[in-house]
Design a protein around this ligand. Structure first.
Ligand SMILES: Nc1ncnc2c1ncn2[C@@H]1O[C@H](COP(=O)(O)OP(=O)(O)OP(=O)(O)O)[C@@H](O)[C@H]1O
Length: 257
């Protein structure tokens, strides 16, 4: 079943066509990657889908509802959450407090102090479960600023996950970490999203990560979708290799350390 559909979506910055007539459909349960050279429009597309940017024209349909003009909060409530290229943590708070705050933010208003105390117990259990799912239980009481880069990336994804989305959009979840850590981070993310039946879309530059974890790859170039298909189809698409790596053929995609 279709979860998200963009219809002729456009976002221009002056003469720059950051998102140019994008028709993207994401089905429930998919794990897609959005790839493309720097400036292709990947983050702009994500920003428009999450309401961090308003489109110039086009539509965003989520769960069959037209959400084009809805706010970030309305989209989070509907089930769209995203993480950012640069992690967005409260650095002085512990890993636990970061997750607990995301859970409280998701729930909104609390009626009275008794309700707050009850909720506090539930949130503690839920936040500890989330930390455990993301392999961060042993870092529970450490301030976010003291965590290693890979742990910070995971905590950032955990905050988006704590919003209980149906669609989780992750902007470069493995940027700035070593190749070995990338696989560890992606194994954890893939296991959580698949285990919970969450639909995921990641923006990613490392094609080994993209080929390993995606069911479908969407290639953007100059704001538009240049190609999309299974990892095998994209691996063997010479136009895609030319655009992404400036060379042709499947060998262009082997990881270079
Ligand atoms: N706020 C903005 N104001 C003006 N131009 C912008 C703005 N945001 C993005 N752009 C431009 O829109 C185009 C698409 O940028 P975007 O960041 O979406 O690409 P990207 O594919 O995510 O790139 P990268 O892989 O480098 O993150 C680029 O030419 C960029 O300079």
């Amino acid at each position: 079943m279709t979860l998200l559909e963009t219809v002729s979506l456009k976002k221009y910055f002056g003469d720059t066509h950051a998102v140019d007539d994008v028709n993207l459909t994401i089905a429930e349960g998919e794990f897609i990657s959005v790839v493309g050279p720097n400036g292709a429009g990947k983050t702009s597309l994500c920003n428009v889908i999450s309401a961090h940017l308003a489109p110039d024209s086009g539509k965003i349909i989520f769960k069959g509802r037209d959400m084009t003009h809805s706010s970030v909060i309305e989209r989070v409530k509907a089930g769209i959450a995203r993480s950012f290229q640069l992690v967005n943590l409260f650095d002085d708070l512990t890993a636990f407090d970061n997750v607990a705050l995301a859970i409280f933010a998701r729930d909104g208003k609390i009626r009275n102090m008794a309700a707050l105390a009850d909720r506090d117990r539930e949130v503690t259990i839920e936040a500890d479960t989330v930390l455990d799912q993301f392999g961060l239980a042993s870092k529970r009481n450490e301030p976010a600023r003291g965590l290693a880069q890979g742990e910070r990336k995971l905590l950032d994804v955990a905050l988006a996950y704590a919003l209980r989305p149906n669609l989780l959009f992750l902007d470069e979840p493995t940027s700035g970490v070593s190749t070995r850590e990338k696989d560890k981070i992606m194994d954890i993310i893939a296991s959580v999203v698949r285990g919970e039946g969450i639909t995921a879309a990641i923006i990613e530059h490392d094609m080994d990560v993209v080929f390993k974890y995606s069911n479908r790859i969407v290639v953007m170039h100059q704001g538009a979708i240049l190609a999309q298909g299974t990892p095998d189809a994209i691996r063997n698409n010479d136009d895609v290799a030319m655009i992404l790596l400036g060379s042709s053929g499947p060998d262009a995609f082997s990881r270079k350390e």
